[in-house]
Design a protein around this ligand. Structure first.
Ligand SMILES: [Zn+2]
Length: 374
């Protein structure tokens, strides 16, 4: 993403461009603002400018070999550091271990929020950390020669989640970085950055995004109708990440609903030829989406049971409600525990690289029998 790829934050863009033109770019820069204000995109766009071989007065050239590599965030002189979930036994993980996940999330959401990132790593409630192994990894990366002989950049997202040991290891490097090396920190909360680090940074405050910038972003990057883009922007209160996840979640839940309805009809009618066609099509949605779909299905079965006991069904759309009204008698106290265990097993095997076609056909055939239990 380049400066010209998103509207808004013009005064911050101007500040950054001025620093660049006057060759006064600090070696440790902090972009501080609320989540979803676009500061991560600004940090990335600014990085591309520092790496570009032929920049224009307003942006990177978008054509040189540096820009081409930057486009998929695969530039060898651009490094990322961000909080990750550390395992209990071994604290040896670094950001690079999650790099492909991180880039995938960046590609999908364009603007990342903390929860979005944590749930991408598998647990939205577990706090991420930038730990001491990460600092070691940064030290060794920064000591390498620049690939293109130009700038070397480390973008650190959420430095407020760096622990003390990690921070201590980086102090000297941030104080006296090698020539042409830039640290760009992107923080949601400057007051939580350890004071020893914070005092070494030159900071720029990034204000909230305006509603019109958010709706323009949704229209351009996600091809959303202007009227619904406006509505989403209004409820997101300046948080671009929230706007994007609201949009994507609505799309996913509609897709899951329609998949679920078709699948349950096929399982009930026991039409094997059509089930095989459905499974073949379904498995194309990808492993992560299949896992989402399994969780969605478990929730739908749970709602059926609630409905059977005349309990209030909450948090579902009108179209889900009308389907569940008709479908709920087929999921009952006789078959629910077996259905739950089949779906949980399916999730377990999806996580362990099971073939989705074989797995979902097997699950479907098991459901053929169970859905006829009255
Ligand atoms: Zn360029």
């Amino acid at each position: 993403m380049y400066f010209s790829d998103f509207s808004g934050q013009d005064s911050t863009k101007t500040q950054l461009l001025d620093l660049f033109k006057s060759e006064r770019v600090p070696h440790a820069l902090l972009l501080n603002g609320e989540e979803g204000c676009g500061h991560l995109q600004l940090a990335l766009s600014f990085s591309s400018l520092l790496l570009c071989q032929d920049p224009t007065p307003l942006d990177s050239c978008k054509k040189c070999s540096s820009c081409k590599m930057y486009e998929r965030y695969q530039h060898p002189d651009l490094h990322f550091s961000y909080p990750i979930h550390l395992s209990k036994t071994e604290h040896s993980e670094t950001s690079d271990d999650q790099r492909s996940f991180f880039l995938e999330a960046l590609e999908k959401y364009k603007c990342l929020g903390k929860k979005t990132w944590y749930s991408k790593m598998g647990n939205e409630n577990k706090q991420g950390v930038i730990g001491v192994k990460e600092s070691q990894s940064i030290l060794s990366k920064i000591s390498l020669k620049s690939f293109f002989g130009k700038a070397k950049i480390l973008v650190m997202w959420m430095p407020e989640l760096m622990n003390i040991q990690a921070a201590n290891k980086l102090l000297k490097l941030i104080e006296e970085p090698p020539e042409n090396t830039y640290f760009i920190f992107v923080s949601n909360n400057q007051s939580k950055i350890l004071p020893t680090i914070n005092s070494r940074l030159q900071s720029i405050n990034v204000p909230r995004l305006k509603d019109e910038n958010i709706s323009a972003f949704l229209e351009e990057r996600f091809q959303i109708e202007p009227s619904s883009a406006k509505n989403i922007a209004k409820i997101s209160k300046g948080n671009l990440n929230k706007a994007i996840t609201t949009h994507l979640d609505a799309g996913v839940s509609e897709m899951n609903r329609s998949l679920f309805v078709n699948w349950m009809r096929l399982c009930y009618s026991r039409n094997i030829a059509d089930t095989i066609d459905w499974v073949n099509e379904f498995s194309k949605i990808g492993r992560e989406q299949i896992k989402d779909f399994i969780i969605y299905s478990l929730e739908m079965y749970r709602q059926c049971i609630m409905g059977n006991y005349n309990m209030e069904i909450e948090g579902i759309s009108e179209s889900e409600r009308s389907f569940l009204e008709k479908f709920k008698p087929f999921v009952n106290h006789q078959n629910i525990s077996e259905i739950n265990s089949i779906m949980n097993d399916a999730y377990y095997h999806m996580e362990r690289n099971a073939n989705p076609k074989i797995l979902m056909l097997d699950v479907s055939i098991k459901l053929y029998k169970l859905l006829r239990t009255k």
